[in-house]
Design a protein around this ligand. Structure first.
Ligand code: NDP
Length: 325
C-alpha cells in the first residue's frame, strides 16, 4: 500500500506543504488505522500552515477526514475493521492517505451520510452546531447575520439557522456566491464587496439591528458587525479569513449598545464525551435528514492541496472542498 502524508517543516505559503511517502503506520494500543477516502479542506489549515495558529514543527496538516478502519490496536473496543468513520482532530495530519488515530476520537458514520459529505462537513457542521445551538441564544423568528454565507461553514450555518425558523442575512463577494446563499435560504444577501453592510441590515430590520452576528471573516467585517447589532446583541467572532481582529478598545461595545463579543473555538464546545456525542448526534441528524445539504464546490487530488489552499485564500472556492487520496 502507498502511504503519503503532508508535512510542514517551515511555516509559509501554500508552497510550504511538502509530501512524505513511506510505509503505512500501525496502530498502537487504543488506536485505529484509518484508510482515508476523502479529506476536508478548512480555512484553519491555512492558519496552521502560515503560523497564525502556532504549531510545533515538523507537523502534519489537516483536521477533517473520513474513511474506513483497516486495523485495530490493542485494547480497542466498539470498532471493527471496515467501519466507516470520520474525524475532526485532535492534532494535525488529515492530509494523508492513512492516519493512526485514538479510537475515542473517531465518529462512526451513519448510513445516510456518505464519506465525501462527512469529510466535507463534520468539522464545519460541528462548528455550526456548537455556535448556533450552544454558544448563542438563537430563537425562531430572530433575524441573524452570517458573514461569508456561501463558504464551507457559511452554507451549512445558513441552512441550520433556517431549519430553526430564523431569518438569515448573508454576506458574499460574487454573483455565484450570491446565488448559492439565496438557494441555501438567505432572506437577504448583501454583496459586501460592493456596499456597506450595516445600513442594509438596519433597513431590513426596520432599524432594530440583529441580536446575533456569526462572523468568520474577522478583521474586515468586525466594525460592520458591531454596527449591525441591536442593543445587548452578541457578536460571535469565530474566525479570521480576512485577518485576526486585534487592538479593540472595549469601550466601543458600550458605545454601540452594550454589546457582547465572544471568540469561540470548536474544541471548547466538544470537550466532554457527553458534549461530543450530543453535538455529533445533532450534526448527523441535520445532514442525514437533508435539513442541511452540503455543497461540495470543489474536489482536488490530495497531492494538489497547495492549489486548494491558493484557491481558498483567493476567495475562489464555494461551499466545502474535499481532497481525494
Ligand atoms: P470558507 O469556505 O468560508 O472560506 C472563507 C471565506 O471567507 C471566503 O470564501 C470568502 O467568502 C470570505 N472572505 C472574506 N474576506 C476574505 C479574505 N480577505 N480572504 C479570504 N477569504 C475571505 O472557509 P471555512 O468554511 O473553512 O471557514 C470559515 C470560517 O470559519 C473561517 O474563519 C474559519 O477559521 C472559521 N472556523 C472556526 C472554527 C472555530 O472553532 N472557531 C472552526 C471551523 C472554522 P466571500 O468571497 O464571500 O467573502
Amino acid at each position: 500500500m502507498n502511504f503519503i502524508s503532508a508535512r510542514i517543516t517551515q511555516l509559509g505559503g501554500p508552497e510550504a506543504i511538502e509530501w512524505v511517502e513511506g510505509d503505512v503506520p500501525s496502530p498502537g494500543p487504543g488506536e485505529v488505522l484509518i484508510e482515508h477516502t476523502a479529506i476536508g479542506l478548512n480555512f484553519i489549515d491555512t492558519y496552521h500552515r502560515g503560523g497564525l495558529y502556532p504549531i510545533e514543527l515538523p507537523s502534519g496538516l489537516g483536521l477533517e477526514a473520513a474513511g474506513r478502519i483497516i486495523a485495530i490496536g490493542e485494547g480497542v473496543s466498539g470498532y471493527h475493521e471496515g467501519d466507516r468513520v470520520a474525524s475532526m482532530g485532535p492534532g494535525l495530519g488529515a492530509y494523508a492517505t492513512h492516519r493512526v488515530m485514538p479510537a475515542d476520537a473517531m465518529f462512526k458514520l451513519p448510513d445516510d451520510v456518505s464519506d465525501d459529505i462527512a469529510a466535507a462537513a463534520i468539522l464545519k457542521a460541528a462548528t455550526t452546531e456548537g455556535l448556533v445551538e450552544r454558544c448563542a441564544d438563537v430563537k425562531p423568528g430572530d433575524t441573524i447575520l452570517v458573514h461569508a454565507a456561501a463558504g464551507g461553514v457559511g452554507l451549512i450555518m445558513v441552512q441550520w439557522l433556517k431549519a430553526k425558523g430564523v431569518r438569515v442575512i448573508g454576506t458574499v463577494s460574487s454573483d455565484t456566491k450570491e446565488k448559492l446563499a439565496r438557494n441555501a435560504g438567505c432572506d437577504l444577501v448583501i454583496r459586501y464587496d460592493q456596499v456597506e453592510i450595516a445600513p442594509l441590515v438596519r433597513e431590513f430590520t426596520h432599524g432594530a439591528g440583529v441580536p446575533v452576528v456569526f462572523d468568520g471573516v474577522g478583521k474586515d467585517t468586525f466594525e460592520a458587525s458591531l454596527d449591525s447589532m441591536s442593543p445587548r446583541g452578541l457578536l460571535v467572532s469565530f474566525g479570521n479569513a480576512s485577518g485576526p481582529v486585534d487592538g479593540v478598545n472595549l469601550g466601543i461595545l458600550a458605545q454601540k449598545g452594550s454589546l457582547f463579543v465572544t471568540r469561540p473555538t470548536l474544541m471548547h464546545y466538544y470537550m466532554t464525551p457527553e458534549d461530543r456525542s450530543a453535538g455529533i448526534a445533532r450534526v448527523w441528524d441535520m445532514l442525514g435528514s437533508g435539513k442541511v445539504k452540503v455543497t461540495i464546490g470543489q474536489t482536488y487530488a490530495l497531492r494538489d492541496a497547495a492549489q486548494a489552499h491558493i484557491d481558498l485564500e483567493a476567495r475562489r472556492t464555494t461551499g466545502s472542498t474535499i481532497l481525494k487520496p
